[in-house]
Design a protein. Structure first.
Ligand SMILES: [Fe+2]
Length: 153
């Protein structure tokens, strides 16, 4: 089976996870104010999680005969995550809200991956998307809690 839908969501995920990691790195660098000592290393932890799923999904794509996007230009053009040059004027709440927005988008994207892999009978890729979605949703809960909000998933 060619698994074209699965391959498309995998490549979308490669681009979006790469850009999400860049966004989290930006927050890691530009945080300033109360909570810095706790949130600065937390962003490192989030990046490690994103990069782990990035590598797993890229290598799964190659395993099933696909070709992951790999240049910064391709990541930026394909990704639907929004990112702008940093300024010092944003509050920590604004920065965390940007991260939550990206994570909620990833949660929906990974659902598309679960649906595509169900349809194309690829249980192995389904398993990666399912565990990635679980981790992303748990992070949404934690970030929303930090912001004093319910998860809203
Ligand atoms: Fe650092």
């Amino acid at each position: 089976m060619s698994r074209e839908k699965t391959k498309a969501v995998l490549n979308q995920s490669v681009a979006d996870l790469s850009k999400a990691a860049a966004l989290v790195h930006q927050v890691h660098w530009y945080l300033r104010g109360p909570g810095f000592m706790k949130l600065h290393p937390k962003m490192d932890e989030l990046m490690a999680g994103l990069n782990g799923y990035l590598d797993d999904l890229s290598e799964r794509l190659i395993t099933i005969g696909g070709s992951p996007v790999s240049t910064l230009k391709e990541f930026d053009e394909l990704s639907k995550i929004e990112m702008t040059p940093a300024t010092w004027g944003k509050s920590t709440e604004e920065r965390l809200t940007e991260v939550v927005k990206a994570y909620k988008y990833l949660s929906e994207l990974f659902q598309d991956g679960i649906d595509a892999t169900d349809e194309e009978h690829d249980a192995v890729t389904n398993d990666i998307f399912t565990s990635a979605k679980g981790a992303i949703e748990k992070t949404v809960w934690m970030l929303e809690s930090e912001l004093g909000l319910a998860p809203g998933l």
